[in-house]
Design a protein around this ligand. Sequence first.
Ligand code: GSH
Length: 209
Amino acid sequence: MKFYDCAMAPNPRRTRIFIKEKGLDIPSVEVDLFSGENLKQDYLSKTIWGLCPLLELDDGSVISEAPAICYYLDEIHPEPPLFGTTPLERAHVISMDRHMENSGMQSVIYAFRNNFPDFAERGVGGRQGDKTIPDLIERGRHGIQIFFERLEQQLGNSSYIAGDFYSMADITGLVVIDFAKFAEFEIPANNTKTRKWYDTVSSRPATQV
Ligand SMILES: N[C@@H](CCC(=O)N[C@@H](CS)C(=O)NCC(=O)O)C(=O)O
């Protein structure tokens, strides 16, 4: 197996944390997304989507998308379970993971990417020639505000995001919050449940990557 990673990017980090939580040791290759290595033929020959992370298996097949890679690893290495243990838990984990991605990650990407001069012609990941759109910065900021409000509400229901157990949804939530911090958006001071949850998950050794 080979893991195509990028130290600075949030979606590869989700996968990196997952691999570490599973106690796996998968050789990795660093992809330089900033210089556009993912848009060159070598990388595109592995995935036409031009996105990182990727997991390449020994038979040459390639899995793209962080949740798909993690789901596959969870299937072949079930312990510790990170997608829950029952059909209903799995559904909640996948549902919450998607909310973390669609509501949280997407908002931070809008706010960050459209404000990042080096990506002036790379407004959409995995593509070249899309100009950034300054109006999307505000949409991103508003989305982050709503995301923080809803996450606080969600954590009023259970101690972790998808229930009373740690899961992929917490990994994605943590990565979104650290990426937001990098883009200078902090958890609001009054969001006490989120802050408590964040302290718990970010003190796990596997999240130090
Ligand atoms: N939904 C995908 C997103 C993958 C993605 O957007 N990766 C970003 C890095 S965080 C990327 O490869 N960007 C390429 C680019 O900016 O051109 C996943 O879950 O893996």
